[in-house]
Ligand binder design. Structure first.
Ligand code: GLC
Length: 558
């Protein structure tokens, strides 16, 4: 299926990112070209036509750099080399070009907060010893206590547990400690050090020179630390937390924006900014900083009309003053798949609550995830789709314990299932694993086992089923392209019962029923798309529709 667009073509439109549909590729689990059970660039290149037909404007590829994969590649050993498990730099360059031929831009993922313990700088720092210039690029500190046996601070890791690991000196004695906000295999860089700033600007240029359309910035609010390394205070004011959202961080992104703006075409910066304070969040999106950032507030909300509407309103209100478009994200490689999350009694998302054995109604979750797809694709701004959500894949919650790899699982001492369940290799075709993920004659099974029931969820099977999640995604993304009112812009809420959300985008109306009872459709001349069948012309529970509005009072004021 090919789609025609009534909007300017991506190649020539400097505002392409404001309403783009960006597909997140987790390369390890997307498609395996060489049959070793791990997804790779050959697999991704071969599947570009799938992404074109899905109707995405860009792909964001999570880290593909040389890495020991202690955190799925978010532990980078060399930012200028592709991990041999994924392919070569030449293949990455070829991918960027080939994707563009399909009208798809490529966004790479840069991890500036920390490096891998295998990174040349960290190895040099360990070898050089205390007080060395090599150690100054990181956060090495002597321990507290009589023998330095106590951690320099009590800061808590994003992966639970402590944030400091003690080194061993060449003579075998315990040495200094180093800071890692994530796993010990991910030492934090010192962003007060000029080498660090210069190095990352160079890494950005390295990838922008290769034609990438943007940079996803990992853990973007964490880079700067209070040099004094104070303990946490109970209620830190804005910018007062010792390692989250420090004011000085904005200088980094201003420099990056200037660097990106010097390239032809619009090269974008997309921040992974987890901040509850919407006003502080919006500061990252000022016109001389990042272009956009992931809207995690919406993603974490439960499936409730009031909660979602509140998030939408807060999001649009926060973005308005800085002129940045919002983004809409239902999931990513870190969180529970929507089909599973929306099938739970508590359908909000919080890392701290992840537990084995949470009761889940997948049929309910599936219905809601379909409705959520229509809702998010109709909201003003850019849309992110995590690979596999277009297939309605559930979280795989019964992976054998011995295959789990995520440090979040291990650092929770096995309490948190971790994030492997949303990273299981995609099912493409056939009726048995590896479901076309690996080519025939593959030498190894997929790096995480796929459930046998995914035979019903393959791309092949869903392509042939007009009622499938994949067909819904294809349809809605195609419509989104041809409806000029969708994507960037504003919305007008329509009056509805409490459990129903309805808003107009120009002459397109989106309505979602989150209540128990069927709802009347708002005035319309045509039904463009629904996430499930209407019943006697009414919208059943957990169902969404896109309608052609009658115009007039529904048309938002420009
Ligand atoms: C981000 C990534 C996550 C990773 C973490 C540390 O949150 O999305 O996958 O574990 O950063 O780099």
């Amino acid at each position: 299926m090919t789609t025609t667009s009534s909007r300017p073509q991506p190649a020539t439109d400097p505002t392409w990112w404001r309403g783009a549909v960006i597909y997140q590729v987790y390369p390890r689990s997307f498609a395996d070209g060489n049959g070793d059970g791990t997804g790779d660039l050959a697999g991704l290149r071969a599947r570009l036509p799938y992404l074109r037909d899905l109707g995405v404007d860009a792909i964001w590829v999570t880290p593909w750099y040389r890495s020991p994969l202690a955190d799925g590649g978010y532990d980078v050993a060399d930012y200028r080399a592709i991990d041999p498990a994924f392919g070569t730099l030449e293949e990455a360059e070829a991918l960027v070009g080939e994707a563009l031929e399909h009208g798809i831009r490529t966004i790479v993922d840069i991890v500036p907060n920390h490096v891998s313990e295998q990174h040349a700088w960290f190895r040099a720092a360990l070898a050089a010893g205390p007080g060395s210039p090599e150690r100054a690029r990181f956060w090495f500190r002597p321990g507290k206590g009589e023998h330095g046996e106590l951690m320099p601070t009590q800061w808590v890791s994003d992966f639970q547990g402590s944030t400091w690991t003690r080194t061993t000196d060449p003579d075998g004695n315990p040495g200094e400690w180093y800071l890692h906000l994530f796993a010990p295999a991910q030492p934090d860089l010192n962003w007060s050090h000029p080498d660090v700033r210069a190095e990352f600007e160079d890494v950005l240029r390295f990838w922008l020179d290769r034609g990438v359309a943007g940079i996803r910035i990992d853990s973007a609010a964490l880079l700067i630390k209070d040099d004094a390394l104070p303990e946490y205070t109970e209620h830190p004011g804005p910018g007062e937390h010792p390692h989250v959202d420090r004011d000085e961080i904005h200088d980094v992104y201003r420099a990056w924006r200037a660097l990106a703006d010097a390239y032809p075409g619009t090269r974008i910066l997309v921040g992974e900014v987890w901040l509850a304070d919407r006003a502080r969040f919006a500061q990252y999106l000022r016109p001389d900083e990042m272009h956009t950032a992931f809207n995690f507030d919406f993603m974490a909300r439960p499936w409730q009309a009031k909660a979602l509407r509140e998030s939408i309103d807060m999001t649009l209100a926060a973005h308005g003053p800085v002129g940045a478009p919002a983004t809409w994200v239902l999931s990513n490689h870190d969180v529970t798949r929507p089909v599973t999350r929306y099938g739970r009694e508590d359908s909000s998302f919080a890392f701290a609550r992840k537990r084995f054995g949470t009761p889940t109604d997948l049929e309910l979750g599936h219905r809601r995830a379909r409705a959520a797809a229509l809702l998010t694709a109709a909201l003003p701004g850019a849309l992110y789709v995590y690979q596999g959500d277009e297939l309605g894949l559930p979280e795989v919650e019964d992976l054998p314990l011995e295959v789990l790899q995520d440090p979040m699982h291990f650092r929770s001492l096995g309490v948190d299932p971790g994030r492997d369940g949303c990273r299981v290799p995609l099912p493409w075709s056939g009726s048995a694993a590896p479901f076309g993920f690996s080519p025939p004659g593959a030498t190894r099974p997929p790096w995480l086992p796929q459930p046998a029931c995914w035979a019903d969820l393959t791309v092949e099977r869903q392509s042939a089923d007009p009622g499938s999640m994949l067909r819904l995604y294809r349809e809605l993304l195609a419509l989104r392209r041809t409806e000029p009112a969708l994507g960037d812009g504003s919305l007008t809420w329509l009056e509805t019962p409490d459990d129903v959300l309805a808003f107009a985008r120009g002459d397109v109306v989106c309505v979602v029923n989150l209540g128990d009872d069927p709802a009347d459709l708002p005035p319309h001349t045509d039904v463009l798309l629904t996430s499930g069948p209407l019943v006697a012309g009414r919208l059943p529970r957990d169902t969404a529709a896109w309608l052609r509005g009658p115009g007039g009072p529904l048309t938002p004021t420009p």
